[in-house]
Design a protein around this ligand. Structure first.
Ligand SMILES: [Zn+2]
Length: 317
């Protein structure tokens, strides 16, 4: 009797998974916005990862070429990538032939897993520093950050890192479409690439540009992000896709860039008046008044002022 009980117990222990839910729920379909001929973006929520957005909060790009589909930044969870593939099916039956990751942050690339599961031969391109940093810990950090901030909705997501290094001025031709890579050193991070499509009809900025949310700049350099933006705009792109927030033209670009420019110039003026970072905060916040409704403004403006202050102080020596 007891033996039978233990056999049943042991068998059931080994056959039942430790957690009933080994995969978080599907991400619902989001609208697909056509920005130019053969160029589409799924604009994710502007919020940071939370249980409501389930870790989907970036701007996956879809480029249709004569050879197949190119995906830029497929999303932040395996479930996001599966959603992108479902939505893609509504406009194309062609296979995914290449994936690009704009930088090391997992909210942009953790969905590689879903694309690779379906299209194992599609190369995944990224800057060499992205490819290097993911196995060194950045990948695991992002898997955990997503699980924590979505309260487990991202479970099932695992690391599939980019495997094809690309760098500044590389040109990649896919069927009838050519992509030009821009990397200007440290900006949002030291891993960023920006991707221009064909004769600059569209430009994927990655997180060098945010529209409607204050960027997290701790791993990068605010001053050099401004410089990278001022340099890239000279290629004269028609449509500009920020890492987060709605795409647009030059008006959107300059409005979004100005949050960093105003921050920087005001901090510099106050620095020259010998004010410390916390003393100057009210003046800087006032100068940024038209951005105060932006997502993460309250949580990040103090940190951004301190970082700009340190950058300016460092340049001063
Ligand atoms: Zn980022």
């Amino acid at each position: 009797m007891f033996i039978k009980f233990f056999v049943v117990l042991i068998v059931s222990l080994f056959s039942t998974p430790l957690f009933a839910d080994t995969k978080g729920p599907a991400v619902p379909n989001y609208p697909l916005d056509k920005l130019a001929e053969n160029i589409y973006v799924i604009h994710g929520p502007i919020t940071t990862p939370n249980p409501q957005n389930q870790g989907f909060m970036n701007n996956p790009g879809i480029i249709l070429t004569s050879k197949g589909v190119v995906i830029v930044d497929p999303g932040g969870t395996v479930q996001s990538g599966e959603m992108v593939l479902r939505v893609l099916k509504t406009i194309s039956n062609k296979p995914v032939v290449a994936v690009f990751n704009t930088h090391v942050h997992g909210d942009h690339w953790l969905a590689n897993q879903a694309i690779q599961a379906r299209y194992p031969n599609a190369p995944i391109y990224a800057h060499p520093e992205t490819i290097k940093k993911i196995p060194e810990g950045a990948g695991q950090e992002w898997v955990q950050l997503m699980e924590r901030s979505t309260q487990g909705k991202s479970i099932g997501t695992r690391i599939v890192a980019a495997n094809h290094p690309i760098n500044n001025s590389d040109k990649i031709t896919i069927g009838d479409t050519s992509l030009t890579i821009h990397h200007y050193g440290v900006s949002h991070t030291d891993t960023d690439i920006m991707i221009a499509v064909d004769t600059n009809k569209a430009l994927f900025m990655g997180d060098n540009l945010f529209n409607g949310r204050l960027p997290r700049t701790a791993e990068g350099h605010i001053g050099r992000t401004i410089e990278a933006c001022e340099k890239i705009i000279k290629i004269n792109p028609s449509v500009i896709i920020p890492g987060h927030g709605k795409s647009g033209g030059k008006k959107m670009f300059y409005h979004s860039l100005d949050v960093l420019r105003i921050l920087y110039t005001t901090v510099r003026q106050q620095y020259e008046l010998d004010l410390s970072d916390f003393e100057m905060k009210p003046v800087v916040v006032k100068a940024l008044d038209k951005y105060k409704h932006w997502e993460t403004f309250d949580s990040l403006v103090g940190k951004s002022i301190s970082q700009a202050y340190l950058e300016i102080e460092q340049a001063d020596f």
